[in-house]
Ligand binder design. Structure first.
Ligand code: C2E
Ligand code: MG
Ligand code: MG
Length: 609
């Protein structure tokens, strides 16, 4: 049973007029705030209530915070109440205190029942100090009743002292478990939420939250792997120190993650003064001395303005993490939360999870094949394998959406492996039916490691397909990003007999000498130029001169995006070797390739011409 408001101790002992000095008045949450969890606290309080037969128990900390229990349940009200100075006196006292009847005690003389109270005032009061395991006095455990008592027996006093010891141990455990970071000694995430909640309830309807991410997780892990945890701990302490010199003096800093700090900022510190944020970032980017080793971090400072609704419905730290993550990648180093960006991240995260599942399950992924036609003969000489993802609820997701995602999420190798296996298996079937065709694959920059050569080789061997019937397409920018090592891997692939194509040529910034050094076999002119050929003489001139130049360098030239008859004719009139595009065929599902090859009688060709 919960007590009625009539015996609410704050009201009864103090009266609503608040006659005591401000220092003695401490606001007390009527009910346990969420996140307050002294291990075993509820059980101990119930035991005390039962064994002493008292309806009201309170833990009053010497800072003035009190947690009330009536008949063993947390009081339901959320309104703050004033504390009678006696509670604080008891909480700070090293002695136990027993008042058998407050009516006979001068210290309770000013107690009047609250107006409208349904029950009488507190008559019996007893308290014992609560200590931590190291003997520090942190408050008092108080028991109360509306009825006076004749005595508090020895046995009852022992029970009360035992309960206080248990609670003391629990408080230590609790601070160890979740309240204070053992390294930086900063309050932890639970404390942050408690304080934020209280701030929004009592001081402002909205507030700014700032979070500081010290460095990307991989970078931090690499540092700890190289140097050890002692250096990691020292770094956190050093960053915390620098943060503490920046935040306003009346503001607490919290450690809300292994390498993340947060604070609740007064409005004026954000809205008025972006220069202060620039200054913070500049300070955090200066090297830290980490046990003698100078170290620079990659800080991201995120900000979000939140109100109670955000707190109720969600996790403000999640929001601010989005901002600090974005900030980490930015030049400015700090960023304000952007809802649109957040939604994109959430969608991206959802898609990554789905893509990872699709890569395991594999019934949603598929390959389509787009024919490439030789312009001399008009025959299909190759097919390009293009990945397709049929999502059960989102429908068809184009590669432009999921390839980049796979790259960022580290899924690209798995995807490429699947494409290789699936595509080569298909090619083997088509070739066994007498079609002398090649297959080209798109390979991403993350695939360009030392093992690409052996991966391609193994798949080709497994399906007994000659490596000279495979071609790997890399975008121009991928090839240019990489250097001598890339060239070595590419040369190794070439030496096995596989072809290498420079895809989307014209969209990157390759210079002629870099191009000359590329061990590529063909060059695919990007469709944007080809599409423009119909309307722009400029584009036509580009395609023509790139073709001439590329051929003179020994590349086979493939023109992408040939959508119309007119474009096909223009390309035919140039020195290009192959054409690919909707005019010839759209990418075909695997099952449609053989029928297409059988019915296709060839495109107009130079030989015909
Ligand atoms: P890409 O390698 O340049 O492939 C050609 C893209 O142009 C394909 O788009 C194809 O459907 C489209 N296309 C072909 N002919 C025409 C045409 O005449 N007009 C127009 N407007 N478009 C045409 P898709 O299949 O959407 O693929 C887009 C890109 O995604 C590819 O460009 C490639 O870079 C990437 N991609 C596709 N599959 C894979 C894959 O398995 N692995 C990797 N790494 N990338 C892939
Ligand atoms: Mg391609
Ligand atoms: Mg392309």
């Amino acid at each position: 049973m919960r007590m009625t408001a009539g015996i609410n101790p704050g009201q009864h002992m103090d009266g609503p007029s608040g006659a005591h000095s401000a220092a003695a008045h401490t606001s007390v949450p009527g009910a346990l705030p969420e996140g307050f969890a002294v291990p075993g606290f509820d059980a101990v309080v119930r035991l005390v209530s039962r064994s002493l037969n008292v309806p009201l128990v309170a833990l009053v900390l010497n800072g003035g915070t009190a947690y009330w229990f009536a008949n063993g349940s947390a009081l339901p009200t959320h309104e703050p109440h004033m504390l009678h100075p006696l509670y604080l006196e008891a909480a700070r006292s090293l002695e136990s205190l027993v008042v058998l009847d407050t009516f006979n005690d001068a210290r309770f003389a000013d107690v009047t029942p609250a107006p409208g109270a349904t029950a009488g005032p507190i008559r019996f009061f007893a308290s014992v100090p609560v200590h931590t395991l190291t003997g520090k006095q942190i408050g008092a455990l108080c028991v109360m009743d509306q009825a006076p008592r004749d005595e508090l027996t020895e046995h009852e006093q022992t029970s009360l002292r035992d309960a206080a010891s248990l609670i003391g141990a629990g408080v230590v455990l609790r601070s160890y478990l979740g309240r204070t970071d053992p390294i930086t000694q900063l309050p932890h995430r639970y404390a942050f939420f408690d304080d934020l909640r209280r701030h929004l309830r009592e001081e402002a309807s909205h507030t700014w939250v700032i979070a500081i991410d010290v460095a990307p997780v991989q970078r931090l892990n690499a540092f700890i792997r190289a140097m050890g945890h002692a250096y990691g701990d020292e770094l956190m302490r050093a960053v915390a120190q620098r943060m503490l010199t920046w935040i306003p003096p009346d503001t607490r800093l919290y450690q809300v993650g292994a390498s993340r700090f947060a604070a609740v900022l007064p409005d004026r510190h954000v809205e008025a003064d972006t220069a202060r944020l620039d200054y913070l970032v500049a300070r955090l980017r200066e090297p830290f001395d980490c046990l003698g080793i100078p170290l620079t971090i990659q800080p991201g400072v995120g900000l979000v303005k939140i109100g109670e609704s955000e707190l109720r419905g969600g996790d403000p730290l999640r929001l601010v993490m989005n901002a600090s993550y974005a900030a980490q990648q930015s030049v400015r180093g700090w960023a304000v939360y952007d809802r649109r960006q957040d939604e994109l991240h959430q969608q991206e995260f959802f898609l990554v999870t789905e893509l990872a599942a699709a890569l395991t399950d594999r019934t949603e992924l598929d390959l389509h094949y787009q024919p490439r036609v030789d312009l001399d003969s008009g025959r299909c000489v190759a097919l390009e394998a293009l990945a397709r993802w049929h999502h059960p609820t989102l429908g068809m997701i184009p590669p432009s959406r999921f390839i980049g995602l796979a790259e960022r999420a580290g899924l690209m190798r798995t995807l490429t492996q699947w494409v290789l296996e699936h595509g080569v298996a298909q090619l083997a079937k088509w070739r066994s039916k007498g079609h002398d065709i090649k297959l080209s694959f798109n390979v991403s920059s993350t695939d360009l490691g030392a093992d690409l050569v052996s991966r391609v080789q193994q798949v080709a061997e497994r399906y007994k397909v000659g490596l000279d019937s495979l071609e790997l397409e890399f975008t121009e920018s991928t090839l240019m990003e990489h250097s001598a090592t890339t060239r070595r891997h590419l040369t190794a692939i070439r030496e096995l007999g596989a072809g290498i194509a420079i895809d989307d040529f014209g969209t990157g910034y390759s210079n002629l000498s870099a191009l000359r050094q590329m061990p590529a076999t063909s060059l695919k002119i990007d469709q944007s130029f080809v599409r423009g050929m119909g309307t722009s003489r400029h584009d036509e001139a580009i395609v023509r001169s790139v073709t001439d130049l590329a051929r003179s360098m020994g590349f086979r030239v493939v023109v992408e995006g040939v959508e119309t008859h007119h474009l096909y004719d223009s390309v035919l009139a140039m020195a290009c070797d192959e054409a690919q595009g909707f005019h010839i065929a759209r990418p075909l599902p695997g099952a449609d390739v053989l029928p297409w090859l059988a019915s296709h009688r060839g495109m107009p060709s130079r030989r015909m011409g």
